[in-house]
Design a protein around this ligand. Structure first.
Ligand code: GLU
Length: 372
């Protein structure tokens, strides 16, 4: 039996709209569909602060530039995004104007969320827009963001935004009904899962990872988004954006699409930032004993548990912790990569002898560590 959806009163909502709902690679934005989405979102905004995360800039740009296939080179992709983003916003402006809703464009990159100061800045901007009664329309800043500094897909981006502004609900509108038990195109028995309590390996295995033309993510990135949202304590729903009234029904708690339950022990804002917002700058391989101490006994990571140091990072940066070949935690490291290579495996009392000085006992303090 599926558990009941625990959707309290939603005061702050993030809606993510996939490319296939707003634009076709060949023909560009579909004004009728954008108008229908605007009507839905305008309805949802009544009594609720709402942020829209939209895809479709590159598809729109491709249509405007008459590019038959998605550009491969980064400058061309960025050029398509530049053309498409402004065109897309123009459609949204027009559509929301009919509902008396002012919109504001917010373009983010992974760096804007990964850097603590910029993270707070982005948060303040979004909250100020909401206070002004404006609908922020967010996309990745595709025109300047090269791969290394990109979130890469708007599913993950929307979960980061939901976490950033402490939303009560994240809705991913797409062109399928939800998370299926199989590939609905080939498996007649495939059905939509009503509730996912937790995105376990079993759930990930289930996933039929079809991506539509022009789409980036598919279900895999939606499940990553679900994990991020859950950790931030934000429930998430995946549903079809082609169904009229879908948002209103979700907000009433009706069983539409697939509902992902939030974690009860929601991570605090700072730990969420460590866990998800930052791209780790390196990896520490730890031994079984250290892994056990961290995951089961709430301990800090000491030099003695570190087996290997990968990458080049400074003290204070975020690194991933790997045990048994799998990343299981992330944390803010107290030593840089060079120092850690010298003290790995050492007893705490030997740190000073190996480095010539001692700054910290722990490699990663418990307070700066997040178990994933
Ligand atoms: N930012 C991309 C665009 O607007 C879309 C990314 C995605 O669909 O996940 O074209």
């Amino acid at each position: 039996m599926a558990a009941r959806r625990q959707l309290g009163r939603v005061r702050r909502l993030v809606v993510k709209v996939g490319t296939s709902l707003v634009a076709e690679p060949g023909t560009g934005p579909d004004p009728d569909r954008i108008a229908a989405l605007a009507a839905e979102i305008a309805g949802a905004r009544e009594g609720r602060e709402t942020v829209l995360v939209t895809s479709g800039a590159i598809a729109t740009g491709m249509a405007r530039l008459a590019l038959p296939v998605r550009p491969r080179s980064i400058p061309e992709k960025q050029a398509a995004a530049a053309v498409g983003q402004s065109a897309l916003m123009w459609y949204y402006e027009a559509a929301f104007k009919r509902h008396g809703t002012a919109v504001g464009q917010v373009l983010l990159t992974a760096q804007d969320i990964g850097d603590r100061a910029r993270y707070l800045n982005a948060r303040n901007t979004l909250l100020a827009l909401l206070r002004f009664g404006v609908l922020p329309i967010v996309n990745e800043n595709d025109t300047v963001a090269v791969e290394e500094i990109k979130v890469g897909d708007n599913d993950n981006l929307s979960a980061l935004v939901a976490s950033l502004i402490d939303a009560d609900l994240l809705v991913l509108l797409t062109d399928v009904e939800g998370l299926y038990t199989g590939d609905p195109a080939t498996d007649p028995g495939a059905r939509v899962i009503d509730t996912v309590e937790s995105v376990t390996d079993d759930v990930t295995r289930l996933v039929y990872n079809g991506t539509g033309a022009g789409a980036v993510g598919g279900m895999a990135t939606k499940l990553q988004a679900a994990q991020k949202a859950a950790a931030a304590g934000v429930p998430m729903v995946i549903a079809s954006g082609r169904k009229q009234g879908v948002l209103a029904r979700i907000l009433k708690g009706e069983p539409v699409g697939t509902y992902f339950a939030p974690k009860a022990d929601r991570l605090g804002a700072r730990k969420r930032w460590i866990a998800f917002a930052v791209t780790p700058q390196g990896r520490l391989v730890v031994d079984a004993g250290a892994r056990q101490a961290l995951t089961h006994h709430g301990k800090s990571l000491l030099p003695s548990g570190v087996v290997d140091v990968e990458g080049d990072f400074a003290a204070g940066e975020v690194v991933a912790l790997v045990g048994d070949g799998r990343e299981f935690a992330r944390g803010l490291v107290n030593f840089d990569a060079g120092e850690l290579r010298r003290i790995r495996g050492a007893k705490t009392r030997d740190i000073a002898a190996r480095l010539g000085y001692k700054s910290f006992d722990e490699v990663i303090h418990r307070d700066n560590l997040v178990i994933l």
